[in-house]
Design a binder for this molecule. Structure first.
Ligand SMILES: *Cc1c(COP(=O)(O)O)cnc(C)c1O
Length: 376
C-alpha cells in the first residue's frame, strides 16, 4: 500500500508533472517573475471559473483578508462578527487592524457560523460579518446576505477552504462560495483545494470601485507608479505560483470530485456507528471537503490518534483551541464570551486524511482501523 499522508501532494504532482514543469520553465525563460503573463492568465481563468468580474491576486490568504478589510475602510474599534471556530488567520487580521472581532457560535452540524447568533451580536458599532466556509462547505449565505442588507453591513467571505463549492438559494439560483459578499478571499497554500507550490492568495469582488481599491492597497497604495494615494502593503502572487495554478485550476473540479468520493467512502463506512457522527451536507450545498471532519462521541480522541499513528495513519484536530481562547486575544478581555457549541466541537472534532489521491486500499485500511479502535 502507498504510505498514507494527511495530504499527498507528491502523487498529485506526478500526474501533471509534464504540464507543470513546462509552465514553470516558461516563467524562467521569460524571466517575468513579477506580474508576468502567468499572473494575468491565471487571474482571468479564476474570474471565469468563479463567474465574478474582479479577481485581485495577492501573496496569501491572510493578506487577502487583511486587504479586503482595509479596502472597506474598517476603522479601529469597528465590530466584526465572525466565528471563533476557524483557522486563526480569519480573526488575526482583525486584531492587526485594531478592529474588534465579535466571536459568535457555530451550528453543531455544519460547523459554520450560526445566523441567529449573528443577529443577536449586532450593535451600532457592527460594520461587517466575516463568515468562513469551514472544511469546504458554504455557510448559510442566503441568510447572511439578508441580515447584511437589513443592517447595512459588509460581508467578507473567508473562502480559503471552499474554492469550487456552491450553494443553492431558495429561489433555485446556484452560487459559488466567495462570490456573494462584498469580498471573497481565498488561499492557494499548497494543501488547499487549489494549491500552489508555495504561498498565494486572491480577493474577488463584483464591485469595480472596491476592486480598484483592493488592487491599489495590495500594491503600496498606488495605481500610477510612484504616486501613492493610500497606505497599503506589498502583496503579490508571484509568476511561478501563478504558472502552477494555471495548470491546476483546470483540474479543480476533478480534484474536488476525488475529495467527495473519498468523503463518501468514509461516511458510508461509519454510517451506522453510534460513536461517530459523519459530516452533514446542508440541502443545496456542494461540499468540497477541504477536510473530512467527524464528531466523536464517547471515544478517547487522544488514544484514537495514538492508535492510528501506530498504524501509520495520520489524523488531526482542526482546531484544538478556538480563536476566543487564544492568548493573542487576551487584550480583548473576553471572559464574558460564551460559545458552548464551539467549545463542545473543539473537544470532539477529528479529521482523517483528505486529498485527491486516496485510493480504495488506503480508505479501507483507514476505516477498518478507526472502527477496530472504536468497537474494541
Ligand atoms: C488557510 C486559511 C487561511 C489563510 O491562508 P494563508 O494562505 O495560509 O495565509 C485563512 N482562513 C482559513 C479558514 C484558512 O483555512
Amino acid at each position: 500500500m502507498v504510505p498514507i499522508q494527511m495530504v499527498d501532494l507528491k502523487r498529485q504532482y506526478l500526474k501533471i508533472k509534464a504540464e507543470i514543469d513546462k509552465a514553470v520553465v516558461d516563467v524562467m525563460d521569460n524571466t517575468s517573475f513579477i506580474n508576468g503573463l502567468a499572473v494575468t492568465n491565471f487571474t482571468s481563468k479564476l474570474s471565469a471559473y468563479l463567474g465574478i468580474e474582479h479577481v485581485i491576486p495577492c501573496a496569501n490568504g491572510t493578506d487577502a483578508l487583511q486587504i479586503a478589510m482595509m479596502a472597506l475602510d474598517l476603522q479601529p474599534g469597528d465590530e466584526v462578527i465572525t466565528p471563533s471556530f476557524t483557522y486563526i488567520a480569519t480573526t488575526e487580521v482583525m486584531a492587526l487592524l485594531r478592529l474588534k472581532p465579535v466571536f459568535v457560535d457555530v451550528d453543531p452540524n455544519s460547523f459554520n457560523i450560526n445566523t441567529d447568533a449573528i443577529r443577536k451580536a449586532i450593535t451600532n458599532k457592527t460594520k461587517a460579518i466575516v463568515p468562513v466556509h469551514l472544511y469546504g462547505q458554504s455557510a448559510n449565505m442566503e441568510e447572511i446576505m439578508h441580515i447584511a442588507n437589513e443592517f447595512g453591513l459588509y460581508v467578507i467571505e473567508d473562502n480559503a477552504q471552499a474554492i469550487g463549492a456552491s450553494i443553492t438559494f431558495s429561489d433555485g439560483s446556484v452560487h459559488k462560495t466567495g462570490t456573494l459578499g462584498h469580498f471573497g478571499c481565498t488561499s492557494f497554500f499548497p494543501s488547499k483545494n487549489l494549491g500552489a507550490f508555495g504561498d498565494g492568495g486572491a480577493i474577488f469582488t463584483r464591485d469595480a470601485a472596491l476592486a480598484e481599491k483592493a488592487k491599489m492597497i495590495a500594491n503600496h497604495g498606488q495605481s500610477k507608479r510612484y504616486y501613492h494615494d493610500l497606505v497599503g502593503c506589498n502583496s503579490r502572487l508571484d509568476s511561478m505560483q501563478a504558472a502552477v495554478l494555471n495548470v491546476k485550476i483546470d483540474h479543480l473540479d476533478e480534484y474536488n470530485e476525488a475529495r467527495q468520493l473519498a468523503a463518501a467512502y468514509y461516511s458510508n463506512a461509519f454510517a451506522e456507528n453510534r460513536h461517530i457522527q459523519t459530516p452533514t451536507i446542508a440541502k443545496g450545498n456542494t461540499h468540497v471537503f477541504h477536510q473530512y471532519t467527524l464528531k466523536l462521541d464517547g471515544v478517547d480522541r487522544n488514544e484514537l490518534v495514538n492508535y492510528l499513528g501506530e498504524q501509520k495513519i495520520p489524523a488531526m484536530i482542526y482546531y484544538p483551541v478556538p480563536a476566543h481562547r487564544q492568548k493573542m486575544f487576551s487584550f480583548l478581555n473576553l471572559p464574558e464570551v460564551n460559545l458552548p457549541v464551539t467549545d463542545w466541537l473543539t473537544e470532539r472534532v477529528f479529521s482523517l486524511p483528505m486529498h485527491t489521491e486516496l485510493d480504495q486500499e488506503q480508505l479501507e485500511f483507514i476505516t477498518t482501523h478507526v472502527l477496530n479502535f472504536i468497537n474494541k
